[in-house]
Each structure stands twice: as structure tokens, then as C-alpha cells.
Design a protein around this ligand. Structure first.
Ligand SMILES: *Cc1c(COP(=O)(O)O)cnc(C)c1O
Length: 411
């Protein structure tokens, strides 16, 4: 069936891979090893990281963390939720979005997604608001900004806090502004796979004085480093970044614009070249927004092709296209840990104490479930040039064409 069986694959060269770390990182690390301390507090690398971060994301209060999940946990903790309080999250996201919510004895409430952006659907978020809802966590999936106008309006109407999960959205812009500046708290990740990386790391930031003043304590055992005291007033983990991570992350932020520009170019080219291909549903970007293409997720129109989604993805692989069938295997609420409510040694204390009636076995988000069944995730990276992307686009069009012709003619 595939052209590769009869000849050359359409994408006839290996996927270009970016060189991610080099002289800039080495220079910072070399300076760093001459320091007397690798501790983050007033550490020169961590201070440089805050400066580099704030140049791009003007957030008054920032705290650098050991991971993006840690940044999100700090953000949730800073809200001082009560056991059983609810936080609305999208059904498709990384576990990192919900881990902190559960550790704070709050309840992730999964909401459905828009069919085109794969981001929180404000109408479904509204339906899931209860008297216990305290926050909404929009996740800018794949680097495509959420509908922040609608979500912020909803949040104001119901007096909810908004934590933006920007882990996949470095360089993305909502109506021209960097993502993370619209909500109350913003979280970013430097894990291995993100646009910019120091292996593992993260940042949480806010412009709200009430949340910002104690922000760092929530990730540093609630020690008051400023006052030099211990006597913690609250329970908080150690999520501190270290100077080696901060050194690499700072150097990486220096490359952010270049990386994002290349990814936006590649993603936009793919979008333009696939536009109008029969049977494909391409990612929808709101006018005025910038999608920073951590990946490119497209959907197959139900019933349009005579091959399954998995066969379609396999045919693309055979043509040399780097892609996978779907994204995460199932919506987060269908993961075994949720289905079994197995959060604390087989127990979920807040449910056993009657502080929540949540039963994840009864949760359904039909659009999210459909997206994960009919989507294909194409790789985007900053090393892919115009000629390479053109080959990828052609391969997708040819596979799509072939998959529908099989119906009647060649079968
Ligand atoms: C990567 C990611 C995180 C954080 O992940 P870490 O590996 O802990 O840095 C959180 N949310 C989303 C949506 C992510 O993609």
C-alpha cells in the first residue's frame, strides 16, 4: 500500500535534529563551578535565570523549581485550598497539571475540550463549576493559547483563581501577549522535551501581591529565607532549583526566540500546505494568537478514510514522517490511578471523609475522548527547514489521497 514498498519514501532524509546545548550552556557552567555555592538562594545563576525569564515574562514574583510539576504544585499550594475544593482542568494534559492538586487534598475536575484547539472549552468549564470550585487551570496544549478571554471572564464572574499551565507553550502568544500574563499564576517547564530545557526545571510566577509575597516558601519547606528563620507556618515540600539547572536554563532562554521563530515557521508552513486536504481537521488557531508548536496535532474526519487512524499513522511512518497515533493514550481521568482513586496507598482520604463525591469512573469528556482516538501527532522541531517541512506535507497529502482512493477505485 505505501509508496515505500515500491520505491523511496516521500520524506527521503532523516528528520533533522537540533543541537540543543553548546557553548552558551558551557560558558555559564564554567562560571558556575568557580562559585563557592550551588545553592539557589541568591545564587548568581538563579538570579540570572529570573532576569532572563522576566525579560520575556514580566511577572513580579517568580520562583524557579526543580520541575514544571513542582511549579504547578507551588501555584496550587499558594491558593491555600481547603480539602475537597475543586480545580477545573482539561481532560487532555500531562500528569504534572494534576499532581499538585491531589497532594493539596483538592479535587481535579476534568472539563472537555474545543474540537479545534484541543484546549479547555469555556462552555463545558461553566457546566462543571460548583460551589466548591476555586480555580481553573487552562493548559495551552502543544503551544496553542487557550481562549483566555472567555476563561478569564468566567473566572471573574465566579471569583475563581486561574493558574496557566504554560509548560508546552514557551513563546506562545495570546492576542500578542506572552501566555501566562493573563491568569493569576503562570507555570513553565524546562524538562527534557520542552522548547527549552535544563534536563528538569520549572518556573512559577505571578503579578498578584497577595499570592506572590510568600510564593517561594511553598517550594522551599516554608522556610523564610528573607528573614533567615525556620519555624514554618505551613507544610511545603522542597522544590528548589539548583545552580547547575539554573545555569543551563538561563542559557536556553537566550535561544528561546530563535527556537520559537523556527517552530512557528515550520508549524505555520505545515498548516498552510495541508489546508484544504480532504478528510483532515487541522489545528485551529484564534486570530491574533501565536501557536508555538511544541507539536502539531491533526485529526482525521470520522468515516472519511478507509483506513484506521493507526493505519494512517503507520502509512505516514512508512513515508518517512515522524509521527505517532494520538497523544496521551487516554484522557487523564481514565488513567488507572484515577479509575481506582488510588491516590494515597489505595485510599483517597477526602472522599472517605465525605469532602468530595467525585467518582472518576463516571466522568466523560466526549470531545477529548474523540480527539485521542482520531488524532495524529506530527513532530515539529526548530531544525526542520522549509524543504523538509514541504516533504512532510506532501507525504501527508499523498497518504490522505491514497487512503480515500482505496474506497472506490484501487481498493
Ligand atoms: C511537561 C508538562 C508539565 C510539567 O512537567 P515536568 O516534567 O514536571 O516539568 C506540566 N504540564 C504540562 C501540560 C506539560 O506538558
Amino acid at each position: 500500500m505505501s509508496a515505500s514498498e515500491v520505491g523511496h519514501p516521500i520524506v527521503d532524509e532523516p528528520q533533522p535534529l537540533p543541537v540543543r546545548w553548546g557553548d552558551a550552556e558551557l560558558a555559564r557552567l564554567t562560571t558556575m563551578v568557580k562559585q563557592r555555592s550551588l545553592f539557589y538562594w541568591k545564587g548568581p545563576q538563579t538570579e540570572a535565570l529570573y532576569e532572563a525569564f522576566r525579560r520575556r515574562y514580566p511577572l513580579t514574583y517568580c520562583f524557579a523549581t526543580s520541575s514544571g510539576s513542582a511549579a504547578l504544585h507551588v501555584a496550587v499550594a499558594a491558593l491555600r485550598l481547603q480539602p475537597g475544593d475543586e480545580v477545573i482542568v482539561p481532560a487532555i494534559t500531562d500528569m504534572g497539571s494534576v499532581i499538585g492538586i491531589l497532594y493539596q487534598q483538592a479535587v481535579p475536575v476534568f472539563a472537555d475540550l474545543e474540537p479545534g484547539t484541543y484546549n479547555l472549552d469555556p462552555a463545558d468549564v461553566r457546566r462543571r463549576i460548583t460551589p466548591k470550585t476555586r480555580a481553573i487551570m487552562p493548559v495551552h496544549l502543544a503551544g496553542n493559547p487557550c481562549d483566555m478571554q472567555a476563561l478569564m471572564a468566567l473566572a471573574r464572574e465566579h471569583r475563581l483563581a486561574v493558574i496557566e499551565d504554560c509548560a508546552q507553550a514557551w513563546g506562545a502568544r495570546w492576542q500578542g501577549e506572552p501566555v501566562g500574563l493573563q491568569g493569576d499564576l503562570a507555570c513553565y517547564s524546562f524538562n527534557e522535551f520542552k522548547h527549552v530545557s535544563c534536563g528538569d526545571g520549572g518556573v512559577v510566577g505571578t503579578n498578584r501581591d497577595a499570592l506572590g509575597r510568600g510564593l517561594g516558601k511553598w517550594g522551599d519547606k516554608f522556610y523564610d529565607r528573607e528573614a533567615g528563620g525556620r519555624d514554618p507556618l505551613e507544610l511545603a515540600p522542597n522544590y528548589r532549583i539548583s545552580e547547575p539547572q539554573a545555569a543551563v536554563a538561563t542559557a536556553q532562554l537566550g535561544k528561546l526566540e530563535e527556537i520559537v521563530t523556527a517552530r512557528v515557521r515550520a508549524g505555520s508552513q505545515l498548516l498552510a500546505e495541508l489546508d484544504g486536504t480532504s478528510g483532515l481537521r487541522l489545528p485551529m488557531i484564534r486570530r491574533g494568537d501565536t501557536h508555538s508548536f511544541w507539536f502539531f496535532l491533526l485529526r482525521l474526519e470520522p468515516g472519511h478514510f478507509r483506513v484506521s487512524r493507526d493505519e494512517f499513522a503507520a502509512a505516514l511512518n512508512a513515508e518517512g514522517v515522524s509521527c505517532t497515533a494520538g497523544y496521551i493514550p487516554r484522557p487523564v481521568y481514565q488513567y488507572p490511578v484515577f479509575q481506582n482513586h488510588n491516590f494515597f496507598g489505595g485510599h483517597w482520604p477526602i472522599r472517605e471523609f465525605g469532602l468530595t463525591q467525585m467518582d472518576y469512573r463516571t466522568v466523560h469528556c466526549p470531545e477529548a475522548e474523540a480527539i485521542l482516538k482520531d488524532s495524529i501527532k506530527l513532530t515539529i522541531n526548530e531544525a526542520m527547514g522549509e524543504a523538509y517541512v514541504a516533504k512532510v506535507a506532501r507525504a501527508v497529502r499523498v497518504v490522505a489521497e491514497r487512503a480515500q482512493r482505496r474506497a472506490g477505485v484501487t481498493g
